[in-house]
Structures are given as C-alpha cells and as structure tokens.
Design a protein around this ligand. Sequence first.
Ligand code: NAP
Length: 370
Amino acid sequence: MERRKVGILGATGTVGQRFIQLLESHPWFEITWLAASERSAGKRYADACRWKLDTPMPARIAEMVLQPNTPAANTEEVPRIIFAALDSDVAKELEPAFAEAGCAVISNSSAFRMTEDVPLVIPEVNADHLPLLLQQTSVKNGKGGYIVTNPNCCAIGLVLALAPLQERFGIEAMFVSTMQAVSGAGYPGVPSLDILGNVVPFIKNEEEKLQEEVNKLLGSFNGAAIDMLPAKVSAHCNRVAVIDGHTECVSIKFTKPATREEILAAWSEFQPLTQHHLPSAPEHPVIFNEAIDRPQPRLDVNAGKGMSTTVGRLRECSLFDWKFVLLSHNTVRGAAGAAVLNAEVLAKMDLLPGQIKHTQTGAGRELVSA
Ligand code: NAP
C-alpha cells in the first residue's frame, strides 16, 4: 500500500519530536513536510531542533528543511494530512488556515477541543463522534479540510480507564488528583529550580480542561452535536519532578453498584479496536497491575508501547464508591500517539481528505463518507 504523505506543524517541539519518532517507520503514513516557527523556517531540521528523545533523530529527517508555517506559501507541497503540535494561541491562527486550504488538521492543542463542530476523540472511546467534522465549514464548502483534536494529556489516560466503567455502571461523580510529568510543559518547560525536589500545585487552565473534556469525550453524538455526559468532575492538577508519565488518583461514584470483580472485568474486556488492526492501537488499552505499589512512572510508562493506561490500587472509597490510580504516557498516548491513532481511524472510516464524497440532494448539499 502506498503511504499517505503527512506533514508536522510544530515539528521541533516536545510533541513534534514524538510525531517524528512514531511516524518515521509508520506503515500508512510518510513524513514529507515539516514546519515550526518563523525562527526555524529554512533551516535543516538537525540545526533547528534540540532532539530530546532516547532514540536517534532519523537521518532522513535531519536533512529535511523546515518550511514556512503557512499553507499558502507553497500549497502544492503541503500534504493534506497535517499533525499539529502547536501552543494553543498559535494553533488558533494556523490550524483554521490549514483546514481552509484543504488539510485534515489533526491537532494536539486545546484551541478547538471544545468547539461545537470539532470532534474531540479517543478512538477506543468515541470514534463515533468523528462524523461531526462533516459539519465544519471547510468540509461543507467542498475544500475537504477540517480540524480533529485529541484531548488534554491527562484526560486521555483518565477517560480510557473511565469509558468501560461508564458503559457498565454509569458515572455520577468523579474526583481526580494528578501528578504530571515535566515533559507535559514542552521544552524547556518548567525551570529546574522550580521543580527539582518540589511539587507545583498549579498548571494553568489544566483543571478546567480536564473537567470539561471528560464530559465531551463520554458524551454522545446525536447526529448534529455532542450531548455532554452530565457527570460532576472535580480535578486537582500538580506538576511533579518526573520526566514522562502522568499519574492520577481517582475516586468515582457510579449510578449503579459495581463489585471489584465487575470493574476488573470491564477493564480487561475493553478491546474495542482489536478487529480493525490499526498500527498504533494497543492490544489492551487498559492494563490492571495487581501489585500494591503500582503503577509507577519509571516502571509502567511504556506499557503497550506507551499507548496503554495502567491502572492499579483499586479499593473501596469511603466518600464515593471506588478509588484507583492510573498512569499514562503524556507525549505518546497523551499527545503524538493519540493523534496518529486518530489519523488511522479517520483513514479506516474513509474520512480523510479525498475520501469524503460530496453528493447533491434536493436543495442542499449532503455529505457522505465514501
Ligand atoms: P513545545 O515543546 O514548546 O514546542 C512548540 C512547537 O511549536 C515548536 O516546534 C515551535 O517551533 C513551534 N512554534 C512556536 N511558535 C510557532 C509559530 N508561530 N508557528 C509555527 N510553529 C511554532 O510544546 P509541546 O509540548 O510540543 O506542545 C505542543 C502542543 O501540544 C501544545 O498545545 C501542548 O499543550 C500540546 N500537548 C503537549 C503535551 C505534552 O506532553 N508535551 C501533551 C498533550 C498536548 P520552534 O522550535 O521554531 O520555536
């Protein structure tokens, strides 16, 4: 199968580097275009990027030249699938421009996650929300571009663990307290003098994002919009001196009673994507670790090649019903890996640009997937 050409916006950053690592030998996608800020445009990737991953920078990528961060500069060369790893203020400006130029913008930033016609998706949880993208103006006007987002890096791991529980027992209320790795703040991120030997009990806008995104992700698509899950969610977000991996302590109240065995069964039987054979989908999206002192970032962050959430310490909660601890990789499952999996599902659902078919019926234009 010929690989589809893809580009990366924000290619030099923390998430951009993960995109390169995950996509360089991807069976469906081929990186043909890279861009970052105006400061980097025109430079060789190797000269513009401070590579921080523990695998070498791919030699082919090192020689690529960073392009201007606009689709207008050389439209011919801009691929129609763009993975975006931009800060949200930059994303607000650039992502719609690329969508308007006909690109599928598969975004990591928070800029459009809560926008009504933008799908916020974790494929194992709510791939059925993706057809919402057909309502975006740039799709309706025939250009075929759109924005699809993946959630905040804490919301992804959390909602993977919650989705099978919501399906079987319903979630009425949830309290979550996070311990978030420094790589979640990008590079150079939190100054070492602030974080070494310390905990910072504040991450700007993080609690708000986590609270609202959980209810959109676990909501249902009614054919026109997302009906939010009406669960009460309260989050405390903290930055800790861990390099990769966000740990979250969760207390949860269900609408129906659940036993320990039923909860464990809900997690272990949660394999919604298995039959689709997607290259980045983990075999087990949620892995329960029975050890009394797990999960731990240093030991469990790479479970399922960084794409699984590890849960542990399931026990009764004296305030709510049950409590547990979870861990997920913030730059793999929480960012680049999540976006790559979104692209794989879009391809499988025939929703990439070029796959979406336009048909004319009656007075209006109707869009159907091929
Ligand atoms: P980062 O390390 O600070 O990287 C930012 C990237 O954006 C760099 O490539 C930078 O290029 C580029 N950039 C800056 N200004 C630009 C402009 N005007 N036009 C085009 N590119 C520009 O940040 P990050 O951690 O990768 O985060 C990127 C996004 O992903 C953010 O929205 C973040 O919230 C989200 N996210 C991050 C994580 C995580 O764990 N880190 C997880 C989930 C989501 P230069 O090198 O040229 O400056």
